[in-house]
Design a protein around this ligand. Structure first.
Ligand SMILES: NC(=O)c1ccc[n+]([C@@H]2O[C@H](COP(=O)([O-])OP(=O)(O)OC[C@H]3O[C@@H](n4cnc5c(N)ncnc54)[C@H](O)[C@@H]3O)[C@@H](O)[C@H]2O)c1
Length: 425
């Protein structure tokens, strides 16, 4: 039983200012490699875990004092761990993070916080029950000058007046990974260096196929990933939720190719409506675009030679539009209406350092699970609507879709026998 039977830690981990924090890193290839390097300065990487021994060996060269594991459950039995980074595929985030939090360990967990909406609600609950724990979801753009100035202009300066529509678009999955596929035929044995059963974890058993799941391409399969929404949704919708102080959506509806039971769509659009806030009109409409689809060029009111971007946000307000790209700086359109506007001077800071500082008692994290759990729920509701193939009405308080009962099957998954996590039941 994952997490069951693990001893409580000998201490609740509150580091003193400047004291080295004992950090364990779970998933140390791919993004996990950079997560590990980001949190290491001034701290001790005491343990590393990866199901791929080649990736683990590379990390062990860099951090030769760290104890090595291929099973995160064994790693969490090691005494003295104060904080963890969780950079595994999406389906493993919640089991690891919930187990770590129950052991009194601070968590930096990658976006999307979880694979399911039920898990996101549970992680936020566990975090609330452990107020001394410092949590952060990995949406590092949140700490950039680019996003901070855009959020400030909208939330503090109300520069475009009340916002009525937001458009959020990404070019993914094109050129990154494939979606809309049938499950492939079994593809032989995994390499001796890959612990496939550990990789599957809470997900149902299925045979290894080379080049299809591990590494990186798991994103396109519903059992493991959360599609394009999971990849870019938390990054793109974070500034929307943050600047407009949005609560949960009221309705969600998607369009795209017919839903596939195994894999995300080749493209889709998701239409959300949100109850208004003090920054918006009575209702806010949000449209999410995947696979290179974008709002019409006319809507931007940008100059004809404006280059646009592959990943970005457009806020449409009473007085004009605010654009911010990934990675372009914010701009206001039509330009002539905002010639005198002075953007706030809000320099970049480091999202990982913010977590480390908070563990040392200095400041707070900007994307703790109290914030990033609900944000992840909103992002994942797009997938629920898409997979249901109908417009859904969301009852956030009771965590259910009220009008299309089939949608509720996509809110929670069964964990594989032997991998149950009591606190996520
Ligand atoms: N914040 C960002 O900008 C950003 C960027 C990329 C990825 N991510 C997130 O990071 C996570 C990992 O993505 P990736 O692209 O690095 O994927 P990946 O498949 O390339 O890497 C995942 C790593 O975790 C290891 N792993 C898999 N299952 C494991 C388990 N049960 N225990 C320990 N290690 C395990 C893999 O061997 C691999 O080294 C995802 O949730 C993704 O959304 C965030």
């Amino acid at each position: 039983m994952a997490g069951g039977g693990l001893a409580a830690p000998a201490f609740l981990s509150t580091a003193k200012p400047n004291e080295k924090i004992a950090i364990a890193c779970i998933g140390v290839g791919g993004k996990g490699w950079t997560d590990m390097l980001e949190v290491a300065p001034g701290n001790e990487i005491v343990a590393i875990c990866d199901i791929d021994e080649e990736r683990l060996a590379k990390a062990a060269v860099r951090f030769d004092k760290a104890k090595k594991f291929t099973d995160w459950r064994k790693l969490l039995e090691m005494p003295g761990i104060e904080a963890v980074t969780v950079t595994t595929p999406d389906h493993t985030h919640a089991p690891v993070t919930a187990t770590a939090m129950e052991l009194g360990i601070h968590c930096y967990t990658q976006k999307p916080l979880t694979h399911s909406i039920h898990e996101a609600r549970q992680l936020a609950r566990i975090a609330a029950e452990h107020p001394d724990l410092v949590t952060q979801m990995g949406v590092q753009h949140h700490a950039t000058r680019r996003i901070k100035t855009a959020v400030h202009a909208l939330r503090e300066d109300h520069i475009i007046g009340k916002v009525s529509e937001v458009h959020a678009w990404t070019d993914r999955p094109i050129n990154f990974w494939q979606q809309g596929m049938d499950r492939p035929a079994p593809g032989g044995e995994p390499p001796a260096t890959v612990h496939w059963d550990q990789w599957l974890g809470v997900a149902p058993e299925r045979p290894w196929v080379s080049g299809v799941y591990h590494p990186f391409k798991w994103r396109g399969w519903w059992e493991f990933g959360t599609g394009v929404a999971g990849d870019m949704g938390c990054h793109l919708l974070d500034p929307v939720v943050n600047s407009l102080e949005l609560g949960p959506p009221a309705t969600v509806e998607a369009e795209g190719p017919p839903p596939h039971p195994e894999s995300g769509p080749e493209w889709c659009l998701v239409h959300y409506t949100f109850p208004g806030t003090r920054h918006t009109t009575d209702t806010l409409k949000l449209t999410w675009y995947e696979a290179g689809k974008q709002p019409s060029r006319e809507l931007f009111q940008a100059p004809p030679d404006w280059p646009g971007t592959k990943n970005g946000l457009l806020f449409v307000g009473e007085k004009g539009n605010l654009f911010v790209g990934f990675p372009e700086m914010p701009e206001l359109f039509p330009k002539e209406n905002f010639a005198d506007y002075q953007w706030a001077d809000l320099p970049d800071h480091n999202h990982y350092e913010e977590w480390i500082h908070a563990i040392r008692g200095k400041g707070k994290t900007a994307t703790p699970f109290a914030y990033s759990g609900p944000l992840t729920e909103t992002v994942l509701l797009g997938n629920v609507a898409y997979r249901t193939g109908a417009k859904i009405t969301w009852d956030s308080k009771n965590l259910k879709v009220t009008d299309v009962s089939e949608a509720n099957q996509f809110l929670k998954r069964e964990y594989r026998k032997g991998w149950e996590v009591p606190s996520l039941a």
